[in-house]
Design a protein around this ligand. Structure first.
Ligand code: NAP
Length: 384
């Protein structure tokens, strides 16, 4: 069956991997619509190659509707919402960044669409609402993040009651074996040892906050408690996830360090591809190491675990604060080694609230971003 796909965040790093899959299987997938935000050149290239019917951009661009009259152009957050609920689409793929993905994901699920989701912040902050909508309207939530897709795949046909621990791996980032001090440059932070990803998540990985968000993401997706989700440092990034069963078995999933693999498998779900279009490879050719995490070395992973246990609006605050702090780091306003203390300070400054509504999530996102920017301005040059 030909599936109509809506791709949110098509111009990003994950978006490109998803397009690589759609391009290879024109009999199976059709790009009905996509969103870009600032990157108009890439949006135009996607229009030319895939001839979609709907395109969402941040703001209107007068020339584009004239150049492509058969396409409906929409703009801003309303445009994203419209795209998420298009009646002709079957699957919405969300590769959006940060909290911008929450409302579109919720909208898609409330229209009964299947949601393939890489956008971890939406799950971390509003996972309970996404799960509820999935249950109520029948659309599935299929993870695209490599660790969660690994767990999702390994769990097929299994009962969670058999599982003692869920395991996700972390490369350890560029500073696994190096002390983090004032000498670290932005270029070094952006040199991820194994993955090639967008700038935001690359900084998040260097801080290990990304792995903390993934622990919460796994809690949401699999209804599993925080203390039963284990993280191992695995510098080769070949094993993405594992199940440790109560009976003493370990089931591990290996695949190359390439987001096209989880994109391929999540789009094909529930089928398995009959070929490996991005190359087959043999993981036994590598020696694989697994190390315990040193939580003193990576305090933000400990912070995320604390936030997971507290729950309420704090997971939203953690996402929002991290987004702002990383943006400010990328702008050159904060030194990398100052980020862990700053993020902890900003998260602890926010009062938690439990028994939350969707509205609480949106308010906490906005408020904590404003407060974070104020605090960063207050610290000024001390953060550089
Ligand atoms: N990169 C990876 O390998 C990877 C792996 C697993 C999970 N993830 C998760 O996947 C998500 C996307 O990551 P990425 O690395 O692909 O990010 P990215 O390269 O920065 O791409 C983000 C996409 O979202 C769009 N966008 C940015 N801000 C937006 C906003 N406020 N409203 C609407 N659209 C917006 C961008 O549009 P423009 O470029 O046109 O401005 C772009 O299409 C993140 O949640 C990340 O944690 C990423």
């Amino acid at each position: 069956m030909l599936k109509n796909i809506v791709l949110l965040g098509a111009t990003g790093s994950v978006g490109s991997s998803v397009l690589d899959v759609i391009r290879l299987y024109p009999q199976r997938f059709r790009l009905l619509g996509f969103s870009a935000w600032f990157n108009i050149d890439k949006a135009v290239a996607i229009i030319k190659e895939f001839s979609p019917f709907f395109v969402v951009l941040k703001e209107s661009h007068e020339s584009l509707p004239l150049l492509y009259p058969s396409i409906t152009f929409l703009y801003g957050e309303e445009g994203l919402k419209y795209l998420a609920e298009l009646s002709d689409s079957h699957t919405v793929v969300s590769a959006l960044l940060g909290m911008s993905g929450f409302i579109p994901a919720l909208t898609a699920l409330r229209k009964g669409k299947d949601l393939v989701i890489a956008n971890k912040e939406a799950l971390v902050a509003g996972g309970a609402f996404l799960k509820e909508a999935s249950k109520k309207y029948g659309g599935m939530i299929i993870p695209l993040d490599s660790e969660h897709l690994a767990l999702f795949d390994l769990l097929r046909g299994k009962d969670l009651k058999e599982i003692k621990e869920l395991v996700i791996t972390a490369s350890g980032g560029p500073f696994l074996n190096r002390e983090v001090d004032s000498s670290i440059t932005k270029e070094e932070v952006l040199q991820h040892p194994t993955w090639n990803m967008g700038a935001n998540i690359t900084v998040g990985s260097a801080l290990m906050i990304n792995k903390g968000l993934e622990v919460i993401e796994a809690m949401r997706l699999f209804d599993f408690p925080e203390d039963k989700i284990k993280v191992y440092i695995h510098p080769q990034s070949i094993i993405h996830g594992a199940l440790h069963t109560k009976g003493g078995h370990w089931h591990l999933l290996a695949s190359p360090v390439d987001m096209r693999y989880p994109a391929l498998h999540s789009l094909f779900y529930p089928d398995y591809p009959e070929e490996a279009p991005f190359g087959d490879y043999n993981p036994t050719k590598k020696s694989l190491e697994f190390l315990e995490v040193d939580y003193k070395q990576f305090p933000l992973l400990a912070l995320a675990r604390h936030v997971a246990r507290e729950d309420g609006v704090l997971p939203t605050v953690l996402c929002a604060v991290t987004e702002v702090a990383i943006e400010q780091f990328l702008l050159g306003n904060i030194a990398f080694y100052k980020l862990p203390d700053l993020i902890q300070e900003l998260v602890y400054a926010y009062p938690n609230k439990n028994n939350i509504t969707e509205e609480d999530i949106l308010i906490a996102d906005k408020k904590s971003k404003i407060l974070s920017l104020e605090r960063i301005a207050y610290h000024g040059d001390d953060l550089r």
